[in-house]
Design a protein around this ligand. Sequence first.
Ligand code: ADP
Ligand code: ZN
Ligand code: ZN
Length: 728
Amino acid sequence: MNPAHDILRIALPVPLPRTFDYLLPRDGCVPPPGTRVEVPFGRSRRIGIVLDSAGASEWPREQLKPVQRVLDSAPLFTPELLASLSRAGEYWCGAIGEVLFGALPSWLREGKAPPRPDDEAWRLTVAGRSALDARSRRGSSAGLLRALAESPLRADELDALLPKWRAASRRLRDAGLIETVVPPARSEWRCKPRAQPLTEEQAKALEGMRADARDPRPWLLEGVTGSGKTEVYLELIERALRAGRQSLVLVPEIGLIPQMLRRLRARFDAPIAVLHSNLAEGDRARAWLSALHGEAAIVLGTRSAAFAPLRRAGLIVIDEEHDASYKQQEGFRYHARDLAVWRAHSLDVPIVLGSATPSLDSLANVETGRYTLLRLRRRVHARPASPVHVLNLRGLRMRHGLSPVLLEALDACIARGEQALVFRNRRGYAPVLLCHACGWHAACPHCERPLTVHRGRARLLCHHCGFAQPLPQSCSQCRTAALIPQGHGTERLEDALRARYPQVPVLRVDRESTRRRDAFEKLLDELAHDKPAILVGTQMLAKGHDLPNLTTVAIVGVDEGLHSVDFRAGEKLAQLIVQVAGRAGRADKPGEVWLQTHMPDHPLLATLLRGGYPAAAQEMLEERRALDLPPFAHMILLRAESVDAAALDAFLDAALRAFPADERVRINGPLPAPMPLRAGRHRAQLLLESGSRAPLRHALSIWWPRLQELSQPRGLRWSVDVDPVDVY
Ligand code: ADP
Ligand code: ZN
Ligand code: ZN
């Protein structure tokens, strides 16, 4: 740092898009960028992060106060990460301090000293190995024994694999089945040999990447489920690892971490740092630090792991790149995939975006030459994709929302001793409770939307705001006891299937049934055995998990997606159908997919069946192009909400007036939000669109500071969403 630069620019965790100037601490030490410091702020003290130093301040020097204390002997952010986060803050309209502090694990946010590294690992004793072989333990104890079967594991690794391992470890240690050891040296990075040779397609894809090793463009790896994408990631990670470089691997949700971790563990004998929001504070801080110090060979995590510091970066992998979970939907609304693409660029490392159903955004980037497309067309294990049968429901007599042909298919599947999956993207018993006498339906008093019937819990619930009330016995309008649940949620399907197949386990998988993290793993564990079973569930079922005995997939109730006004609904639906269908017939048994609909000749379904996802995606892209919609246009959405409707209107009108006029930017609104009332708050929005990004960015740079200055009545909340994924 230039010695004449004795003013520090510091980011503080406050919701203001600005930095704060301080003088050097009295002892004259100069904390480098990325270091935490304690500073006086008003009457209190705050932890801040040094961004850089300057020779002058816009404030008079006498008014500046010195930094009180320097907390770290070395920075907690790499220069690249600081730069990327500053850029991200600018792009997605985040206050720099909130962005930086949001990236830090909470342990470090609070100014605590970094936690001590874990100095213990667990392994099986001889008695433990016999207990494992004899299967003498159950539940989380059995899970822990299995987890330790191959190699000792550290606490952070166990945290990621088994939420209840600590309780189990006490029991098992007391029983002499496991013991602690000094963990294997973290510094050693080794690869185990690949079990099978690469397929021709995998080799070709990797060849393409090798040939273009200096090509800075992201690769889009498109391959159906089971085509060996993960194996391609592993190869690339191996290359990085052999060069002593770290790989960052993102998956869209916590539920997918255990299986990715198992694949990584099976292949690499090297420290893996796992980062997600459900970790114990200390473990999260440890994982962050091992990424920062370049100890972790691989950093595996969900969305927020896109903020991980990487001292020796070599590769970034984004699995299931199309998944909307990569976009943060509250607070700082960044997109982890897009952030990762920038970071790869500034780190000068390759990045691979993988998916069976790439987003239209990424496909458009392939078209313009910004991304390079690589395809895996065939499944590794010769099994072709399962045939999809469309069942026309018009005029059919349904039983509990299931058509006769579908029930026959399920009968046959169970008779063969195989497993079936019934997919319905609606939890609860029924989406509406209707009065047969007068037509009244139960609605949320705070949202004016129908309440969902939850029969098991004997409640009506609002899925938008959480409002709950006991299940009424009679109509609140005409008092008749003629209330009937309308439509079918997963709970109702579960009941119906239980009644029809009393001899097989029927397992429901939705947010309700799996509120505990280990419940989902346990359910899947049960299904790993080859006995017949039926799974009923929401899109939680669409992702990842390999169930070898699952052969029949039934998709019911997708018509809502075909009716939706959201221009992204078609894309989401096509992705969901393909992902769910991909669950069928993954191992050595052929699979079959049934899709129930009242719109068998809907163009999207027709194209999807005829040409698969690539054809459907192509068609949807053309449509978006013709209608000037993203990815061919760019959007910024200002959302606001308040209990006071007049205050809301006034704010949005003022926001509209504050917008710098630009004929290249279309302004829609202010308009009521798609849900004009939620949790008792009125909601409205202003949507800005432009065919090119530059005028929109320019306008935003003027508008955003003006918005901060607008008078904001108490209780009014607003946010700016750049590239929103959810406009409706
Ligand atoms: P995806 O990530 O595309 O779903 P995976 O990489 O998980 O595909 O591969 C699907 C299955 O095929 C896995 O069980 C994997 O172990 C196996 N597999 C992948 N590549 C090969 C290969 N080259 N030879 C044999 N089996 C493979
Ligand atoms: Zn009534
Ligand atoms: Zn509500």
